[in-house]
Design a protein around this ligand. Structure first.
Ligand code: 5GP
Length: 116
């Protein structure tokens, strides 16, 4: 059996996290190393999606739900008016470090483009 990722351990409440939203499909919690005043990770509870590159038509409903949750969490944390960024690092070149699909919701400051 594959070893649990850190995110699966957070989902299973084996390690603590600062949760801002949870339902049967997904979980949102503050990043342990925030890159902005607000930095939340929104993740599906399923472990079958290791990155965006695993997403197929079968996951359309789940991914749509996650984006609706991201919108709600942005409002809940007060960053919707100023604008925010949603990032999903996919694979080695994009610096993905945890092999469990996740979306970074970051806001509360100005960002630059292009990203580093
Ligand atoms: P990635 O680099 O894969 O796109 O993002 C992984 C994110 O997970 C990083 O921003 C990192 O700070 C965060 N992270 C890693 N371990 C933990 C943890 O144990 N708890 C929380 N809350 N965030 C974590």
């Amino acid at each position: 059996m594959e070893e649990k990722t850190i995110f699966k351990r957070i989902i299973d409440k084996e390690i603590p996290s600062n949760i801002v939203y949870e339902d049967e499909l997904c979980l949102a919690f503050h990043d342990v190393s925030p890159q902005a005043p607000v930095h939340v990770l929104v993740i599906p509870k399923t472990t079958k999606l290791r990155s965006l590159d695993d997403v197929t038509e079968d996951d359309v409903q789940l991914i749509g739900h996650i984006f609706a949750v991201i919108r709600e969490v942005a409002r809940q944390l007060g960053i919707a008016d100023g604008g925010y960024r949603v990032v999903s690092n996919c694979g080695e070149h994009a610096c993905q470090t945890v092999p469990h699909l996740h979306f970074h919701l970051i806001g509360g400051r100005d960002f630059t483009w292009p990203p580093g």
